[in-house]
Design a protein around this ligand. Structure first.
Ligand SMILES: Cc1ncc(COP(=O)(O)O)c(C=O)c1O
Length: 487
């Protein structure tokens, strides 16, 4: 392998040199994701170093997530290093294609959203990666086998677009008890995750030229929906402060808006809850306007200190559309979530849903219903919460020890599956994301979550699913990437 031409025996620490040469080989593309590595014996022989030197290098790279090793299958370059094409690299191609083919401008917006939302590889610090302790594991598999072989999850005809009754009942029970949501099963619509719930809400609740309040900063999944609407200025960005959404500012900017999209239990991405005073002000506006409040309660189960605020929906079930997801607490590829709507909106949401994809896949709905009614979800939530609380503390400690403080600092908060790392305003978070990716680290930039002209550079770091050793190794490399960016 050409990358090994440079082993410098005088300089010592050969295992570090071997590890660096392998990283370089991956960076340059000499080694690609899923490529098999030579056995430690063969590589040691060809480099004329002790076998232990190569073993040590492999172990280090496995801890960093560069390599993976399976019994009987040898050591390979981690599949997760396969990089999706970055949004920044290709937009012009799509734009010119859209112009050539006479597609509407909206097609360009969709093309760029498609690129932006490519999933991150499953290396630190991708968000919502359930592995080891946090994957639902054996019970999920056993229930799936049992229910798919016979019973309600076996193949059937078309099903209810609202979702399987057994699952809707389990969800209604769950959100009533855990989040004080006031609802019955016939107000629950099973969705393929919150993303679909947000899209359905935009379709049903907004008429042509209606405006919606959206927090600044906010989840790209919601701002991208509003940007993709066929008319401009649908989205009014409302600032957030330490108490969450600044309702007074919303009233000044767009008192006649028809919808407010909010994350009251854990502002995304900053983490603060919406204060009681702001909750009251928001609902008072919604009642008099009248307007709808869309409450995205995406990771309410994951609070580590104190008692969480109950859902906003419980205070105004007639004005709030409540969205929940199993992506965070179970796993995102499940693609199951829910919307709880006032009874008057059920038909409209179901109709919009039918036009999109008819109904959610039936089998997993029944597996999930059984997982919930047999008490596994509750146990799983408790377990995952403990694991994430530890992961979170360990990542904070590691970052605080390693980061150049004048360039990067952590936003305090006690919820969720991610941390926000603010960066010195002179640093470019997109550039850091690309440089981190070259080091096998997956982070998202915070600046796209802000309205134009208000952006702050930052990085979003997920801490679910990775071992302490993986996170420490990745944090060391991230700290080096940030320190180098200053130069
Ligand atoms: C604030 C927020 N809302 C919604 C979602 C989407 O969740 P889902 O996977 O259910 O579409 C996420 C996922 O990261 C999120 O962070």
């Amino acid at each position: 392998m050409p990358s090994f031409g440079t082993l410098d025996r005088e300089a010592g620490n050969l295992s570090r040199q071997v590890a660096e040469a392998l990283r370089e080989a991956v960076r340059k593309g000499d080694l690609r994701p899923a490529d098999a590595l030579p056995s430690t014996r063969a590589l040691a022989a060809s480099l004329q170093v002790a076998r232990g030197t190569v073993v040590e290098a492999y172990e280090q790279l496995i801890a960093e997530g560069f390599l993976e090793s399976k019994a009987g299958a040898g050591t390979r370059v981690a599949l997760a290093l396969a990089q999706p094409p970055s949004a920044a690299r290709e937009p012009r191609v799509a734009a010119s294609q859209a112009a050539q083919t006479g597609l509407p401008e909206r097609a360009e917006a969709f093309a760029s959203i498609g690129r932006e939302f490519k999933p991150l590889p499953a290396v630190p610090f991708a968000i919502s990666v359930p592995t080891g302790m946090t994957a639902p594991g054996d019970i999920w598999r056993r229930l799936g086998n049992r229910l798919r072989a016979r019973g309600p999850a076996s193949p059937t005809g078309y099903a209810d677009p609202q979702g399987a009754l057994a699952l809707r009942e389990a969800i209604a029970d769950y959100v009533r008890k855990s989040r004080s949501v006031r609802c019955e099963a016939d107000q629950v619509i099973v969705t393929s995750g919150t993303q679909q719930g947000l899209f359905l809400a935009s379709q049903v609740l907004l008429g042509p030229r209606d405006q919606a309040w959206v927090e600044n900063p906010a989840y790209r999944g919601v701002t991208a929906i509003l940007e993709s609407l066929p008319y401009r200025d649908a989205m009014v960005r409302v600032p957030v402060d330490a108490e969450g959404l600044d309702v007074e500012a919303g009233l000044r900017l767009a008192p006649k808006a028809r919808v407010a999209f909010v994350t009251p239990s854990h502002q995304y991405p900053l983490g603060m809850p919406l204060s009681m005073a702001r909750r009251a002000a928001l609902l008072a506006w919604a009642r008099t306007a009248p307007a709808w409040v869309v409450e995205d309660d995406y990771d309410s189960e994951l609070r580590y200190e104190g008692y969480p605020y109950p859902a906003l929906q419980g205070l105004a079930p007639d004005r709030v559309v409540y969205l929940g997801t199993f992506s965070k607490i179970l796993f995102p590829s499940l693609r199951l979530g829910y919307v709880v709507v006032p009874p008057s909106l059920v038909d409209a949401f179901c109709g919009a849903r039918v036009l999109m994809d008819r109904h959610p896949p039936t089998a997993d709905q029944h597996v999930l219903a059984a997982f919930m009614t047999e008490g596994h979800l509750e146990r799983h939530v408790r377990k995952v919460r403990n694991v994430y609380a530890e992961q979170r503390l360990s990542l904070i400690e590691t970052l605080e020890a390693l980061l150049p403080r004048e360039l990067a600092w952590i936003e305090p908060g006690d919820q969720g599956m991610h941390l926000v790392l603010w960066l010195d305003p002179r640093l470019d978070d997109h550039q850091l994301v690309r440089r981190a990716a070259n080091e096998g680290i997956a982070v998202r930039a915070a600046s796209p979550m802000f309205a134009a002209g208000t952006a702050r550079p930052g990085l979003i770091l997920g801490f679910g699913g990775f071992s302490r050793a993986q996170m420490t190794a990745a944090a060391e490399r991230l700290a080096a990437v940030i320190a180098a960016a200053r130069k």
